[in-house]
Design a protein around this ligand. Structure first.
Ligand code: ACO
Length: 325
């Protein structure tokens, strides 16, 4: 009998502090940096972002989202045998954020580890959890994408700091004989690392290199659209499904223009595309599970729908997961 990994619950959490484009423009103006709501909306579609207060860490956001997903799934934390957290802003060098979340949830014994693939992190994490379930190595898995991305932004660089926000999204996967995750496709091209990176580290007690995110926006834009389009075709081919059969496209939420280009390239009408970047900005690894959770909770995504989840980001990394919800 084929074992599938089925999504049986979702959750999300956004820190309560909402910063609108106008709020941010005012804050930056005090430092002599010019930006505007009009520029941000025209280039990105972003209207606001949620930002964590100082001291709030990725594991805190992740734990909130996890609790909601567990409640939705109707299982207890102790029933989990796998916890995977996708993040590029872990609380510590070690232990992993997944272990911190495990302790907060009160689970003992589940395997727990982090996956680092920046904005593709959630699709990478979901794919590894799917493989563990299919191989019979886990039965109930918690997969979280969580970031305090504001902690790696250079708040003096207007070309990047206006683009991102903080948050967490989570899903609970369970082994099932009913179809759940149908196909997955992960890719990376490390030779493109320079177009999007935070090339710093802590060594011998000192920050070495540049601890802030740097990006060549136009190069990222082009590569994001071409790689996601190719990946969508590959994952559908793998599952023997036509792109026109997809009920919902849930892409990484970096920029409305990237999402619109992608939708047009794939011939997927805008009514079938979930967009949250306008409200959340780019929350990196949290963006896809937050969008999935939002669309499930507002009734757009229903049981039986076919959703194409897509991530793309630093590394350069990208990937797709095709899910029967
Ligand atoms: N406010 C006002 N002006 C700004 C701002 C700002 N926040 N940021 C940059 N500008 C100015 C620039 O200085 C430049 O001015 P100049 O012409 O006087 O030199 C002008 O706006 C145009 O700058 P560009 O960088 O050429 O602007 P572009 O049209 O490429 O838009 C953007 C920039 C939005 C980043 C775009 O390249 C983009 O969408 N890239 C995709 C990258 C992305 O979304 N990354 C998210 C993270 S990556 C990921 O998640 C996959």
């Amino acid at each position: 009998m084929t074992i599938f990994a089925k999504i049986i619950g979702t959750g999300g959490y956004l820190p309560p502090r909402i910063v609108s484009n106008d709020d941010l423009a005012l804050e930056l103006a005090q430092k002599g940096i010019e930006t505007s709501d009009q520029w941000i909306v025209e280039r990105t579609g972003i209207h606001q972002r949620h930002l964590a207060d100082p001291g709030v860490r990725t594991s805190h956001l992740a734990t909130h989202a996890a609790r909601q997903a567990l409640e939705d799934a109707g299982i207890a934390a102790q029933d989990l045998d796998l916890i995977v957290v996708a993040t590029s802003t872990p609380d510590y060098v070690f232990p992993s954020t997944a272990c911190l979340v495990q302790a907060e949830l009160g689970n003992k014994g589940a395997a727990a580890y982090d996956v680092q693939a920046v904005c593709s992190g959630f699709v990478y994490a979901l794919t590894t959890a799917d493989a563990m379930i299919k191989a019979g190595r886990a039965r109930n898995a918690l997969v979280i994408g969580a970031e305090v991305f504001s902690s790696i932004l250079d708040w003096n660089d207007r070309s990047t700091c206006v683009l991102f926000g903080d948050g967490a999204g989570a899903v609970v996967l369970q082994a099932s004989d009913e179809p759940g995750i149908l196909a997955a496709q992960l890719n990376a091209d490390g030779s493109q690392m320079g177009i999007l990176c935070a090339a710093g580290n802590v060594s011998h007690g000192q920050v070495v290199g540049d601890p802030f995110l740097r990006m060549d926006g136009q190069a990222v834009f082009k590569l994001a659209v071409t790689s996601l389009a190719a990946s969508a075709h590959q994952v559908c081919e793998q599952a023997g499904i036509a792109l026109s059969d997809i009920t919902w496209l849930v892409p990484h939420q970096a920029n409305v223009r990237i999402i619109n280009f992608l939708g047009r390239k794939l011939g997927i009408p805008s009514e079938k595309v979930v967009i949250t970047v306008d409200q959340h900005a780019n929350t990196s690894a949290a963006s896809v599970p937050l969008a999935l959770n939002a669309a499930r909770r507002d009734g757009r995504i229903r049981a039986g729908d076919l959703a194409l989840l897509q991530g793309v980001g630093g590394g350069f990394t990208w990937g797709s997961v095709l899910v029967r919800c």
